[in-house]
Design a protein around this ligand. Sequence first.
Ligand code: ZN
Length: 413
Amino acid sequence: MKITEKQLEQVNSRIKALVSAGSFYGKKLKDAGITEVHSYEDFLKLPFSEKKDLRDAYPLGLMTAPEEKIVRIHSSSGTTGTPVIIPYTAKDVDDWATMFARCYEFAGITNKDRIQITPGYGLWTAGIGFQAGAEKLGAMVVPMGPGNTEKQIEMMISLETTVLCATSSYALLLAEEIQKRGIRDKIKLKKGVIGSERWSQKMRDRIHNELGIELYDIYGLTEIYGPGIGINCTKEAGMHYWDDFLYLEIIDPKTGEPVPDGEMGEIVITTLVKEGAPLIRYRTHDLSRIIPEKCSCGSSFPRLDRIMGRTDDMMKIKGVNVFPSQIEEILQTFPEISSEYQIRISHLDGKDTMRIYVETTGDIDFDDLSKRLTEKVKSHIGFTPIVKAVEVGVLPRSMKKTARVIDERYNED
Ligand code: ZN
């Protein structure tokens, strides 16, 4: 999708701010001798930015607005190295809430709804983003934060919560608990707004069926405001994103060249109006595609397909490139398998091997199921995995993100 005149103007204003603040990207632009862009071709010459650049700027090297205008920082979790600190101005915080409120509206949520928020509060952008958007919408917020399932269900019943905001793992955990206790008729939930991890159609179907609610995927990342920069509409066909705040490109992750609309590639985001820490051509490493057709809901906001994986999720098994989403797609064709699975990659006898654990009910022949699944992976992807079927409930559940792909090759002697 080509950049518009208006968006180019906005990019120019961000370039000006970045250069005059002397932040990391400002220096990058100065070194490249770029102070303005006048066309799409100019725009494509702008250097990419990466998570590593953001880490190198720790703690406040991204700050682009004057200190007195910064009202808050957020940080991505530092589990894989130096954390990234993103400064926000009051306008950034307000813009984010505006985008998030729009997400709720696209999901048909109104100021009469009661929204129970289970993602975490604190340094990261989850809970507070869900909350600010809901308040902007005028809905009633029940700010629970994560965990304490007992209390979550108690509040859900007493306050007659109509909207659940959660990770898909936690929504599933709650759905299973509600099912187990047989209290579905006491729950008033109508919709779920699900963020922060990739999830399969199967898991979606289970949460949908067990809770009887409509589900909406929210997209976002800490580096770019946080969750709330896009959501699927009631037509459930991809996610609309807000091109008045952001410009999105899809590129070939290997060459860095833009791919035609409709083709799969890496999402690259430019913030158009962000003040605290504007980002230009930020590589998200998320894989998706632009859906070129206009949505049947009538909205002219452009659409992204669901997130198909991460460029760094790509696994190479016996010389074949594999994405977890490809395995998921195959699992979805087996109605007897539950939504939970685990993929383990290890190095056995000098060869890379994939083991796939799936859950099923006791009335299914485990060996037969394993055999059929093995054959399907071999014929569709081109290598032979080791498949093991286990009873439903055996694989680990999590309140936050469930690790479904475990690469053991680097932990072995
Ligand atoms: Zn739509």
